[in-house]
Design a binder for this molecule. Sequence first.
Ligand code: ZN
Length: 320
Amino acid sequence: MPVRSSAAMEIFIRSERSHPSTADRAQAQDPPLPTLDAVPELPEVEITARRLDRALSGARIESALAPGLVALKTFDPPLDALAGREIGGVRRIGKMLAVDAAGLTLLVHLMSAGRLQLFDSRSSLRDRTSRILLRIAAGHELRLREFGTQQRAWAKLLRAEQVAIDEAVAGLGPDAYPVPPPDDFARLLDQPRHLHPLLRDQHTIAGIGRSWVDEILWLARLSPFQRASDLDSEALDALRAACDEALGGALDHYERVIGDTVPDKLPMPLRVHRRAGEECPRCGARIEAIHFKDYVMCYCPEEQTGGRVLKDRRLSRLLK
Ligand SMILES: [Zn+2]
């Protein structure tokens, strides 16, 4: 990869000066930890990888730090082995990000509230969101930050040849986008499990989570509780097309609306998820929600569950 000129790099750098809220937060005496509600899934991680790749390919890492020690899950090679290496690129693996740097790869899982972002200045030591910092030439910094009180985002520094066999990567199913060919897709889904958990199972198909699964099932007009192995070929085709439309459509949307830096809160183009009580954009029926312990499933009863409205988890078990 050619080394980009610093002028070219400037174009892609997130400026803290133009984001006063971030700077204010870092300087505040005892600021409340910000929270995010949009969990990054395939389209969000992919647009992050694309933007970081564009900005960072060819850049040299000056030093690497892990202020949030618990986020770094490996110790060999040590994090400072990254110092002096040139970044070859940034890519997505399932819902993870991989920063490749001359024989080493920093594998990052954002979990629900992590963000990997490039800044044009170095992190304040008071920034409690900082987990991993890669200092790049000219004062820039690639930061793994995490919002909220939980520390779940993680990173592993691996030798390049270890990436494919790492447990977080080796167990992944095929990527959900581009969607696998019809025969492969049918084979993956030939399991006696409900569609909603099955599509979110990264071992079955990689990249889909709690937001996009609602959109996919709504597009396919399928119940979240439909047993996957009972789908006929028409339903499988509809589901496959829905994966393509939801994930590809989201990526196209992000390419249009997101500039050179990815914001903390992504403008997710959701039509059903988190829209309980609103009108279904297709048929006008009321979007319903089922509340689970730590997430909400949204659907259109008119088009997806034969008119049946499911109020809670206990009731949902009764529906096959
Ligand atoms: Zn509807």
